[in-house]
Write a protein that binds this ligand. Structure first.
Ligand code: HEC
Length: 190
């Protein structure tokens, strides 16, 4: 298919979508005002409320946006064994999934390749909560409760020698954790 034909087809498809959107909104009012004001611009979908919207916003590095809940290293160890170990290894050394700990200091070292892990690379502890909550376990993301994610976060940070064994992670304590590579990021020279 030539480029020109493709472009014409795309233009046609867009035109069609707009036309049907207007048509769905046109009842009882003018097409122009309805399409400008209605959230159902194209005549389908639902309104997104503040609660639903929260799912798409990550917590900030200072902890704002972290949910309520808490979890300990011990609780995290149990969950890790059941739900993460198969892919990330008994010592968090990796397997099918990434290595999670170790590699500190290898990013800036001239000798040898960099080993990128949560411990060596990630600048903010809040990202760990957010990532595990949204993306893990790999085969059933978003299945863990907030308490479970706090516990897993505590366990991983403990194994990375970042928090002590009796650490209890919650929205206050997690935000206060300083990651080893926090100051390792520099603005690019441009
Ligand atoms: C079925 C295998 C599997 C399971 C089970 C699993 N993971 Fe993962 N995990 C992966 C894979 C694969 C990646 C890399 C994903 C990518 O890069 O897109 C990953 C990435 C991660 C990362 C990011 C590492 C990095 O440096 O980028 C973290 C943290 C993590 N997993 C934590 C967990 C936790 C906690 C659990 C248990 C609740 C878990 N994973 C269960 C396969 C798995």
């Amino acid at each position: 298919m030539s480029i020109t034909t493709k472009q014409t087809l795309i233009a046609f498809a867009v035109g069609l979508a707009c036309t049907s959107g207007f048509a769905a909104q046109a009842e009882g009012s003018t097409a122009t005002s309805a399409s400008a004001e209605s959230p159902h611009h194209y005549g389908f979908g639902t309104n997104v409320g503040p609660e639903e919207l929260k799912q798409f916003v990550s917590p900030l590095p200072d902890g704002r946006g972290l949910p309520k809940g808490s979890g300990t290293v011990m609780q995290g160890e149990k969950l890790y064994t059941q739900q993460c170990l198969a892919c990330h290894g008994a010592n968090l050394e990796g397997g099918i999934g990434d290595r999670l700990i170790g590699g500190r200091g290898t990013l800036a070292a001239k000798s040898g390749p960099p080993v990128k892990t949560v411990e060596s690379y990630w600048p903010y502890s809040t990202t760990l909560f957010d990532y595990v909550k949204r993306a893990m376990p790999f085969t059933s993301p978003n299945s863990l409760s907030n308490d479970e994610v706090y516990a897993l976060t505590a366990y991983i940070l403990y194994k990375a020698n970042i928090v002590p064994q009796d650490a209890n992670m919650n929205q206050d304590t997690l935000a206060k954790v300083k990651m080893p590579n926090r100051d390792g990021f520099k603005p690019a020279d441009r």
